[in-house]
Unconditional design. Structure first.
Length: 720
């Protein structure tokens, strides 16, 4: 028996002598106290069982909630319709919330999670998370604090969705509950998100979010200085700070109710500092004794929230035997459930595991594009446009076609974007739908994540590719994993527009010419679109938005800055890079070919490389060498079929890759060809493994037309 288990049982015999300063339970609320005790004791026993299961090789997770069980009071003070994004020690919250919905099976849910069973209600055995669609509990990753930007985004988006009369899963008077640890409160994701909430509230917008900091005084082995959480969050402008002692539910309950009331009634953020202890170390594998004195560990037992609740129950008339009996009955109930689950199946194939990663229904997407276009079919057809004009016109069209669409980012509103891509949209569609955000990419993506959960179709903009990288985990760790950890029940439909890639003449240096896309290419399920021309941009943007609507697809729409205002292709004034938008849509993963396939070689490229390749092809033609050019259009998933077909048609491939030699897109193209068994010659030209310097020095590291031409000539000669 665990020492904590023994201590609780032994202490019950002498409840009246408990050292705890308990204000006393209200006899009229006996049932309420029993409810609290049930939730807390259930969570406690689940922790014990988690460690037993792990020792038996049947369980895979031992981070527990023991010592934190007063978070059940937060569940009891909120509604089952309030979206909750929970700390991994919120077991008692989960059980208490489930108790509000008849028919719920919290014990089974948690056990299935611990055992990695396929029937687990949210992640289906993919991870141990707290989550349930019917309980408004949205599952979280293990990356501490990374759920805070999303939580704040949801609190902001909730009101916007209702204001725009969009179908929103959460009621208009809902509040977002978001819990995390004391060490996590220092993480930049947490400080950034809390700042975003306060800044937004300061502007007078509703931000109904309850931050719950479950402060056990440690982040694994590192102590949080006593008083730090209060010093950091106790006097922030616009943030109500409420402290509650988790080892004294009689006083914590009213304090928590007060915190909830502030958020519910005033629609503004509050910070609940829930002081707790942590029993059993950080996780089963954590030898707490290596960094804490036994005396300190034992002293915490006196602050056991279960014991405090038992004391309160005692004052309502319950005897020690009554309490012990309930405590043991809960243990038996859990053991029985474990026995029932003994033979339940785990995930058994890659296909089963990956099913929620990227559901794709191209026919439905195409139909949705047609529907989107019905509202203003004439818009795009009228005249040849630049890439920037085309994206602007298509955003306008999409905003008109579907009221769920919102467009936001730094400078996208009044200014209309650094390059004018969102010009006039705020004026035409209103500040509720096209707006400036604060300067924090993490907050921008967090708002996208929350807006998706609120029923909106967010199109956030990240001003430059280089500035995605400081917030990239919001895409990788948060947005892309949510369908995986929730079997698609919760998702992040979103199209992230990012201006990027090199070749900006006269402007730049690295951060405005960043060509690093490797970080996007390996995110499971993420679509990366990279249009080179105006007509493709319009059609591909519609595809991304339609896929967001039908399949909750998460896309990055990478816009080559140097092509935004480009008009000419071969010579000044030819206007050959303008295009009329006549294709409705481009299926995800389909390339565009320039040429018939009867040429001497194929150049495979994307973005700026397409334009450069076409110019080189003209020079090659003058030298009697015909070259086909294939524009990938989609960098993920790569258009493998089209790549192979083009390669086979000419028999020779030059990969023209403006991204870096290492980790660039070209690596994927070459690999796809080799894996498909293409046996002809393959050459690759790419930019250097360098950052991009200022001014004309950039030409030394970025792929040039001369290098492409040299590569093509060498390739043309091979085998002849
Ligand atoms: C971003 C990130 N860095 C490191 C970790 C590893 N890690 C997991 S829990 C934890 C400590 C968290 O402490 P706290 O926030 O106080 O929560 P507690 O476990 O004490 O409840 C750390 C460092 C992580 N999960 N995520
Ligand atoms: Mg802690």
């Amino acid at each position: 028996m665990e020492p904590l288990d023994r201590h609780f049982r032994d202490s019950l015999t002498d409840l009246s002598a408990s050292q705890l300063a308990i204000a006393g339970g209200d006899a009229d609320k006996s049932a309420w106290w029993w409810g609290l005790f049930d939730a807390q004791a259930t969570s406690r026993h689940l922790d014990f069982v988690a460690r037993e299961l792990q020792q038996e090789g049947r369980g895979f997770y031992t981070i527990g909630s023991a010592g934190h069980e007063s978070n059940a009071l937060v569940a009891m003070a909120t509604r089952v319709t309030d979206p909750a994004l929970l700390h991994y020690r919120s077991g008692a919250f989960y059980v208490a919330r489930a108790r509000q919905l008849p028919g719920s099976t919290p014990v089974r849910d948690v056990l299935q999670g611990l055992m990695g069973l396929g029937d687990e209600p949210i992640a289906g055995g993919r991870h141990k998370v707290f989550g349930h669609p019917d309980l408004a509990v949205i599952p979280q990753t293990s990356t501490i604090a990374s759920h805070l930007p999303r939580s704040v985004g949801l609190a902001i988006a909730l009101h916007r969705a209702h204001r725009l009369k969009v179908d929103c899963e959460w009621p208009e008077d809902a509040i977002v509950v978001c819990s995390f640890g004391d060490a996590s409160a220092n993480h930049s994701s947490a400080t950034g998100a809390i700042n975003t909430a306060l800044n937004t509230a300061f502007r007078g917008l509703p931000v109904p979010i309850l931050f719950v900091c479950e402060d056990n005084g440690f982040g694994i082995s590192v102590p949080t200085p006593s008083g730090w959480i209060e010093a950091a969050y106790g006097s922030r402008p616009g943030l109500s700070y409420i402290s509650a002692d988790g080892s004294d539910p009689a006083t914590a309950g009213p304090a928590i109710a007060q915190a909830v009331a502030v958020v519910r009634d005033q629609r503004r953020p509050a910070f609940l500092h829930l002081r707790t202890v942590r029993f059993g170390g950080h996780a089963g594998s954590d030898a707490e004794i290596s960094y804490r004195k036994p005396r300190e560990i034992e002293a915490d037992y006196a602050r056991d929230p279960l014991l405090s609740t038992a004391s309160c129950l005692h004052t309502t008339g319950a005897s020690a035997d009554d309490i012990l009996e309930r405590y043991e009955a809960i243990r038996r109930q859990i053991d029985e459930e474990v026995a029932r689950l003994a033979d339940d199946p785990r995930l058994s194939s890659a296909a089963e595991i990956m099913a929620p990663v990227a559901p794709r229904h191209p026919i439905r997407v195409a139909a949705r594009v047609s529907e989107l276009r019905e509202t203003r079919p004439e818009r795009g057809m009228t005249r040849p446009r630049t890439l920037a004009e085309s994206i602007n016109g298509t955003l306008d069209e999409l905003l008109s076609a579907d009221r769920r669409v919102i467009v936001f980012g730094e400078d996208v509103g009044v200014k209309g974007g650094v390059y004018g891509v969102t010009a006039r949209l705020a004026r035409q569609h209103g500040a509720a739908r096209v707006f400036d955000t604060l300067l924090d990419e993490q907050a921008i993506l967090g708002l996208g994540l929350g807006a998706g959960l609120a029923g909106l179709i967010p199109i956030p903009e990240v001003q430059y590719l280089a500035y995605l990288h400081n917030a990239e985990d919001q895409l990788r760790g948060e947005a892309a994993t949510l369908p995986f950890f929730s079997r698609g029940r919760f998702s992040n439909p979103m199209v992230v527009r990012i201006a990027g890639l090199g070749y900006q003449k006269g402007f730049g240096g690295h951060f405005h010419n960043d060509n690093a896309v490797a970080v996007l290419r390996d995110i499971p399920g993420l679509v990366v679109a990279c249009p080179a021309r105006a007509d493709d941009a319009a059609a591909m943007l519609r595809t991304c938005v339609a896929a967001a609507i039908t399949d909750s697809t998460l896309s990055v729409f990478l816009e080559p800055i140097a092509l935004y205002h480009r008009r000419d292709l071969y010579q000044t004034g030819d206007q050959a890079w303008l295009a009329i938008d006549h294709d409705n849509h481009v299926p995800i993963g389909r390339a565009r070919s320039y040429g018939s396939g009867s040429e001497a070689l194929t150049m495979i490229s994307f973005g700026n490389g397409v334009l450069m390749s076409l110019r080189v092809a003209r020079r090659l033609a003058a030298a009697g060498i015909a070259a086909q050019v294939l524009d990938l259009r989609w960098l993920a998933p790569l258009p493998v079929e089209d790549i192979l077909a083009a390669a086979l048609s000419t028999g020779k491939v030059l990969v023209v890759d403006e991204t870096r030699h290492s980790g660039g897109v070209g690596e994927g193209v070459v690999t796809a060809l080799v894996e498909a068994g293409f046996s002809g010659p393959i050459q690759r030209v790419a930019s250097e493994d360098s950052f991009v310097p200022l001014g004309t020095a950039a030409d030394h590291v970025l792929l040039s037309e001369d290098e492409i031409e040299k590569g093509a000539l060498a390739l043309a000669e091979t085998g002849e």
